[in-house]
Design a protein around this ligand. Structure first.
Ligand SMILES: [Zn+2]
Ligand SMILES: [Zn+2]
Length: 240
């Protein structure tokens, strides 16, 4: 499986990075993890066609993680119509929020071939040949944020979404090939986002084969090259 880091920035455009979007490529299967506003542009720049997407999986409904969907829909409506359904799976409320965003940006439109499976916390699902395990992470109090464990052809990627530290990551990282872990802060204690100091203190307990930090704010970006953990950048491609 190849993992394309299409966008690994935070909500503030720190470092001039694209907003969240990771593309998992396995054979002809393409799964997009989160869909920040710059996702369509980044996908095309990486040489992929939007019609080739097999599924979109959303961790939560913050703009930097799902605000790019209307651009895909416009592309499907006016540029390259889809020939097969596209599941856009996310936490409860995803369909309503996505339709609302689409209506705000482009007016009410039919969305042919778009389906909205719900990912409940502590549940498993199988979509387009992809096995998904969803679990709740501490990021919002007014809505559900998910971490996702995604398995394709025997390779497993764990994605924290946006989250503060949780012991659940120790359990969920067991047996994974890659853990894409958000790291907004360097040493700030937060109930909504992760800090490097917390990750470093728990690094030996994480059971992933590879750890990559992402969603970094300015303080992390200024230090990440000197740290003993791999950091993401836009355009990074990992083969796992
Ligand atoms: Zn975010
Ligand atoms: Zn968020």
């Amino acid at each position: 499986m190849k993992v394309h880091f299409l966008g690994c920035g935070d909500a503030f455009g720190s470092g001039g990075r694209n907003q969240t979007a990771y593309l998992l490529e396995d054979g002809g299967r393409l799964v997009l993890l989160d869909c920040g506003p710059s996702a369509l542009f980044a996908l095309k720049r990486a040489g992929f066609h939007p019609d080739a997407l097999s599924a979109v999986l959303l961790t939560h409904l913050h703009g930097d993680h799902f605000g790019g969907l209307p651009f895909f829909f416009i592309d499907y409506l006016y540029n390259e119509p889809r020939s097969r359904p596209l599941p856009v799976a996310g936490p409860p409320g995803t369909e309503q929020r996505v339709r609302c965003l689409m209506a705000l940006m482009y007016g009410e439109k039919e969305l042919p071939f778009i389906e909205f499976p719900v990912l409940e916390p502590a549940s498993r699902a199988s979509l387009a040949g992809v096995d998904i395990s969803a679990f709740r992470v501490p990021h919002q109090t007014d809505a559900i944020s998910l971490g996702l464990r995604v398995t394709i052809s025997g390779k497993t990627v764990l994605f924290s979404g946006d989250s503060s530290w949780s012991e659940e990551f120790i359990h969920q990282s067991e047996g994974t090939d890659l853990f894409i872990c958000e790291c907004c802060f360097f040493d700030i204690e937060s109930t909504t986002h992760m800090s490097y100091s917390k990750i470093a203190a728990n690094r030996d307990r994480l059971r992933c084969k590879q750890l990559v930090l992402t969603h970094m704010g300015d303080a992390m970006l200024a230090r990440c090259e000197a740290l003993p953990v791999m950091s993401a950048y836009d355009g990074l491609v990992l083969e796992i």
